[in-house]
Design a protein around this ligand. Structure first.
Ligand SMILES: CCCCCCCC/C=C\CCCCCCCCCC(=O)SCCNC(=O)CCNC(=O)[C@H](O)C(C)(C)COP(=O)(O)OP(=O)(O)OC[C@H]1O[C@@H](n2cnc3c(N)ncnc32)[C@H](O)[C@@H]1OP(=O)(O)O
Ligand SMILES: Cc1cc2nc3c(=O)[nH]c(=O)nc-3n(C[C@H](O)[C@H](O)[C@H](O)COP(=O)(O)OP(=O)(O)OC[C@H]3O[C@@H](n4cnc5c(N)ncnc54)[C@H](O)[C@@H]3O)c2cc1C
Length: 677
């Protein structure tokens, strides 16, 4: 251990980590600023982190794992109130809602210092408030938004039912308009119509956005959103006509009290229908306002966009833990009479981890770019232009699917990289994994969302065939009709073009397959179903081509005025990313480009050399994510590298260690061992 001064405090730092930090050849702060979107953002983030975390209110004395499910939930509610009060009273005033945003990634980062799993208010922040913002008329907004932002009411987003999650048009909950009383009657007609899953619904919220089939004048107009009070504001008792509760233990999210909700002819005022996109007049007349019927699905698009950022952050956490641990951990003796190397020196360990650092950068830049696309489409919609919506839907769908899926896979690799200690709850890797693995399913299942993107791609292909112009993210399709395969070009631009060719080739193969089935007598729907395995693969290939292109171009743009070493380490990571995926997808490249066996050999050599180039900067690169220890919450990943000390300290907190002999010995084990049981 070496004594160091950090932020005015004296701390002991593991010697290997000290050496690693001395090896780093670039300015860590500069990379942090790039990842934060500018120095100003870093300064603001750090100030917010100091305000929220320095008084220690976020810390639990007893690790959450030792509490009962009920105690864990109650503890999460207690901390949610501290956390929400800080956001409401100290942070919102400080920064202004318009500059920071209620769902700023900064607030999100801090939440991890408070909650090992999730806050029961996650859906209030992440879904209830955004739905109010997106689906209300100005009058409704004026009524509901201040109440929700001030936490006078807390809410969630109640869409999924026992019988249907994916197929929203198949939802069964009904909202029938009664012109006599000017109310909607909400009802759950079947067991499969019971609402299921909404976060915070079980015990926490008193209001919710409910998605239900709207009936007026005897006609069903499809699914619409309603603001529904479900609990008394004073007593918190469920209102008459409401049955509500917790759905029970899950693989993760256990402090999130996901709930069920059953309506028995529950009445709400007409004004509680969210009327920005469609209205029901007092006499029951239905009026469509929006030009695109899927605008009702706006909250889902918003959350899919936010989830890409969420993935970048979660992977950054996991790889920070794994790289710091790998620098501290020494194992085996590849050469006789030599000291045991740090496991980070093994090429295979670098192969596991450096791609995770690069992916965290790729997802961060892609997420920033996607968010900009999202806000520009929102502006178009405000101006009554809806033609950019399908591309946003296609992009947000595939990026949500691929980023959540890649992130979960890479977090699991980070755990493998930490050997046995990675399996300890105190490493925090299992918690990060269980949180992230759910994101592949919620807010649109992986396969289902890729098939949505595939619909867009098939239509785009038909446009290209007719020589009509297409939007920027699919403009590469117009080169798909070039007859000659270009010679393999292993430069970054060449690799990106090659993967665009792969995507175009896969889409073309899908079109051929659909047409083949149609020619043999199948209707379009059946031909589509028979092609879905290939359609999912085509959408994945398209999505990856978008990520490669965005990551590469954003790296160049964001480092244009950086110092030479920062520019070079960021470019090295981007190149590593492209080489990694080229090697992962040699089958595709062999099928759709002129890649040869010799080119594959060269790619492998370049990839391995790049690992060696990145190696001295590995710890510096994860330090640049600048994730505070309170947020990482990990025995293996803390800045000081006191891994074994922390593991031991945490072990001693186990209630089993509070007494030398557990009572079960005398009650069960001893009688059994002595043959008396
Ligand atoms: C800790 C506190 C910190 C504070 C801050 C935190 C904030 C951070 C923010 C976020 C992080 C996490 C947030 C919260 C946690 C969330 C927990 C999970 C919540 C949920 O899961 S809610 C439920 C979500 N459910 C789904 O996603 C269901 C998926 N299904 C669908 O989306 C659709 O049903 C479908 C797309 C699969 C099919 O719909 P359908 O109506 O049948 O439509 P089709 O006939 O298939 O298509 C018709 C046509 O419409 C196009 N289309 C479909 N959807 C859209 C859309 N959304 N927008 C635009 N267009 C759309 C479709 O492509 C077709 O087009 P075409 O005809 O081909 O041209
Ligand atoms: C932790 C968590 C939190 C959640 N929070 C909320 C919430 O706050 N509010 C809310 O309303 N919901 C919430 N959900 C529900 C979530 O949105 C749904 O579970 C999700 O959309 C998937 O739908 P499903 O469960 O109906 O899966 P299903 O659609 O039944 O999927 C089962 C399988 O069928 C496949 N499949 C389905 N349709 C097709 C198709 N057309 N083509 C090919 N394959 C298909 C899927 O790929 C999957 O493999 C939450 C879920 C989880 C896990």
């Amino acid at each position: 251990m070496k004594i160091k001064m950090l932020a005015g405090k004296t701390i002991e730092i593991n010697v290997d980590l000290v050496k690693e930090r001395a090896k780093c050849n670039f300015n860590i702060r500069e990379v942090t600023h790039i990842l934060d979107g500018g120095e100003k953002n870093t300064i603001q983030r750090k100030k917010i982190e100091d305000i929220s975390l320095n008084d220690g209110q976020s810390r639990d004395v007893i690790p959450e794992e030792y509490l009962s499910p009920k105690e864990r939930y109650e503890n999460a509610v207690k901390k949610s109130c501290i956390y929400a009060r800080i956001i409401k009273t100290e942070l919102m005033n400080m920064t202004g809602l318009e500059t920071l945003g209620f769902n700023s990634p900064v607030f999100r980062r801090i939440a991890d210092a408070y909650f090992k799993e999730v806050t029961p208010l996650l859906a209030h922040f992440g879904m209830f408030v955004p739905t109010i913002m997106g689906q209300c008329t100005p009058e409704q907004l004026a009524h509901w938004l201040p109440r929700a932002l001030n936490f006078e009411i807390v809410g969630t987003y109640v869409q999924t039912e026992l019988g249907h999650g994916t197929f929203i048009r198949g939802l069964e909950t009904t909202a029938t308009y009664d012109p006599q009383t000017e109310e909607f009657v909400l009802h759950s007609p079947t067991l499969s119509s019971y609402k299921w899953w909404a976060g915070g619904l079980g015990k926490t919220v008193n209001y919710c956005v409910v998605v239900a089939q709207l009936y007026t004048k005897g006609v069903c107009h499809g699914v619409h959103t309603f603001i529904v009070q479900i609990r008394d504001e004073e007593t918190h008792m469920p209102l008459p006509g409401i049955r509500v509760g917790d759905i029970g233990p899950k693989m993760g999210y256990n402090t999130g009290d996901n709930g069920f909700l059953v309506f028995n002819h529950h009445r709400i005022p007409r004004e509680n229908m969210m009327m920005k996109n469609a209205q029901v007049l007092k006499d029951g007349t239905y009026v469509k306002v929006a030009r695109h019927e899927k605008l009702t699905y706006g909250t889902m698009v918003y959350v899919r966009v936010m989830l890409v950022n969420e993935m970048a952050f979660n992977l950054a956490k996991a790889v920070t833990i794994a790289v710091r641990y790998s620098a501290v951990r020494r194992q085996s003796q590849p050469k006789p009479n030599q000291p045991e190397p740090q496991v980070l020196d093994y090429l295979t360990q670098q192969h596991k981890l450096f791609i995770c650092i690069a992916t965290a950068h790729a997802l961060q830049f892609t997420s920033d770019w996607l968010y900009k696309t999202f806000t520009s489409v929102l502006a178009d919609i405000r101006d009554d232009k809806i033609d950019t919506l399908p591309e946003l839907h296609a992009l947000s769908s595939c990026l949500k699917a691929i980023c959540t899926s890649d992130c979960a896979a890479f977090i699991e690799i980070c755990r493998f990289a930490c050997g046995g200690h990675g399996y300890m709850a105190s490493s925090n890797l299992s918690m990060i994994y269980s949180y992230v693995s759910a994101t592949r399913t919620y807010e649109g299942d992986y396969t289902v969302l890729l098939l949505q993107t595939a619909r867009f791609l098939v239509k785009a292909w038909e446009q290209v065939e007719k020589r009509r112009p297409v939007t920027s993210t699919i403009s590469y399709l117009s080169h798909a009709f070039d007859k000659l395969k270009k010679p393999w070009d292993g430069s970054n631009e060449g690799i990106i073009r090659a993967f665009q060719r792969v995507a175009a080739g896969k889409i073309s193969a899908c079109i051929n397959c659909i047409r083949y089935h149609q020619k043999s007598g199948k209707d379009f729907e059946d031909a589509w179903q028979l092609t879905t395995i290939q359609l999912v693969a085509a959408a994945e290939a398209h999505c990856r081509a978008v990520i490669y292109d965005t990551y590469y171009n954003e790296t160049i743009r964001l480092t244009a005025s950086s110092s030479p070493n920062v520019k070079s380490v960021m470019e090295q990571l981007c190149t590593l990313y492209l080489l990694y995926w080229s090697l992962e997808r040699t089958g595709d490249l062999l099928r759709f480009t002129s890649l040869s066996e010799k080119d594959i050999f060269d790619l492998q050599q370049r990839y391995e050399k790049m690992l060696a180039v990145i190696r001295p900067n590995a710890v510096g690169l994860v330090d640049a994510f600048d994730i505070r220890d309170e947020i990482l919450n990990s025995t293996l990943g803390a800045y000081d590298g006191r891994v074994y000390e922390r593991l031991m300290e945490e072990a001693l907190k186990s209630p089993l260690n509070a007494e030398p002999v557990n009572s079960s010995f005398h009650k069960h084990l001893k009688p059994f061992m002595q043959g008396k049981l």
